[in-house]
Design a protein around this ligand. Structure first.
Ligand code: IPM
Ligand code: MG
Length: 362
């Protein structure tokens, strides 16, 4: 590969700061591998509302479509809490996922050895290691069903339609089984089939697709049980595949196992190689602009980008390795440790970039 085109959506709050560090690392990789990196910047979320009055301008969709990959910071903040619901910053995020057909959201949750003590779970629970990925369906479910509010006999009723079609389930199931093949060959499908028809269709479909992957072990779990098992014995999971709403909830829960939401990356993919990469944490408006934010989740999102959109697996591994190495030398305040210097967002980015450079040249 000689060129990559990345559309950058910094978003709100700490978005610009963390994205800046991630781009620094991406640039280091590209320079070392003589790839010409072309970046384009576009507006999303609150920043777009302020500039043009809507959270996802058509111009942003167009620019993203012209890129090979999208790097996103975070959206939202108290400033936009009172805008009408169709104009909320979050709408920008949901809209870009849908517009780019990114139905498959990968959210890995693993414990970095250096951060073992950060997990809120007891040491004996995480001792055996935790390395799971939530594969969350991202463009269907109750998220994209009709949302209505009606008055019925003087009573206000809110309603959101939950639905899944067989093709929607098939394509996400294939993604999960493919991923499991590259990992520990286990898929847990999470649903609420004891109550929901959507889930019964989900379960039947995932089982049928599972038959095409006899080398992968499939089990089914109700979402309430899965929520419990994640804190009881997270080591039992490899790939967890589930719908949009359950995946939203379980991926936040999984992220906490690692102890630091500032460390977790995500990839949103469709059928092709185009993907959107973002940290799973929010825009943290309370610490924005102070150089306090942890850029590692965004840097690790760049690693996912190198792997999933550009097939640069080795370089992706090295970025992850560089992050591990950097954690032994200094950390941002959210994960600070005795005896290690507390670094600013920028210093953390510089340290990782330096490590990446050394690893790539080794
Ligand atoms: C996430 C977030 C979003 C979601 C919000 C901000 C709309 O929680 O990416 O998990 O619910 O998908
Ligand atoms: Mg969420």
């Amino acid at each position: 590969m000689d060129k990559m085109k990345v559309c950058v959506l910094e978003g709100d709050g700490i978005g610009p700061e963390i994205v800046g560090q991630a781009l620094k690392v991406l640039d280091t990789v590209c320079k070392a591998r003589s790839i010409s990196l072309e970046t384009d910047h576009a507006l999303i979320g609150g920043a777009a509302i302020d500039a043009v009055g809507e959270p996802l301008p058509q111009d942003t969709i167009n620019r993203c479509k012209q890129a090979d990959a999208v790097l996103l910071g975070a959206v939202g903040g108290p400033k936009w809490d009172d805008v009408p619901s169709h104009l909320r910053p979050e709408k920008g995020l949901l809209g870009i996922r849908k517009a780019l057909g990114l139905f498959c959201n990968l959210r890995p949750a693993a414990i970095f050895p250096a951060l073992k003590e950060a997990s809120p779970l007891r040491p004996e629970i995480v001792e055996g290691g935790v390395d799971l990925v939530v594969v969350r369906e991202l463009t269907g479910d109750v998220y994209f069903g009709e949302h209505t509010r009606t008055e019925q006999n003087g009573v206000t009723v809110g309603q959101d339609i939950m639905s899944y079609s067989v093709p929607e389930i098939e394509r996400i199931a294939h993604k999960a089984f493919h991923l499991a093949r590259k990992r520990h060959k286990r898929v847990t499908s999470v649903d609420k089939a004891n109550v929901l028809e959507t889930s019964r269709v989900w379960r039947e479909t995932v089982s049928r697709i599972g038959d095409e992957y006899p080398d992968v072990k499939l089990n089914h779990m109700y979402v309430d049980n899965a929520a419990m098992q994640l804190v009881r014995n997270p080591g039992q999971f490899d790939v967890l595949v589930t719908g949009n709403l359950f995946g939203d909830i379980l991926s936040d829960e999984s992220s906490m196992i690692s102890g630091s939401i500032g460390m977790l990356a995500s990839a949103s993919l469709g059928e092709g190689s185009m993907g959107l990469y973002e940290p799973i944490h929010g825009s943290a408006p309370d610490i924005a602009g102070q150089g306090l934010a942890n850029p590692l989740a965004t840097i690790l999102s760049v690693a996912m980008m190198l792997r999933s959109s550009f097939g640069l697996n080795h370089e992706a591994d090295l970025v992850e390795k560089a992050v591990s190495q950097a954690l032994d030398e200094g950390r941002t305040a959210d994960i600070q440790a005795d005896g290690l210097p507390v670094l600013s967002t920028e210093q953390m980015g510089d340290l990782v970039a330096e490590k990446v450079k050394a690893l790539l040249e080794a």
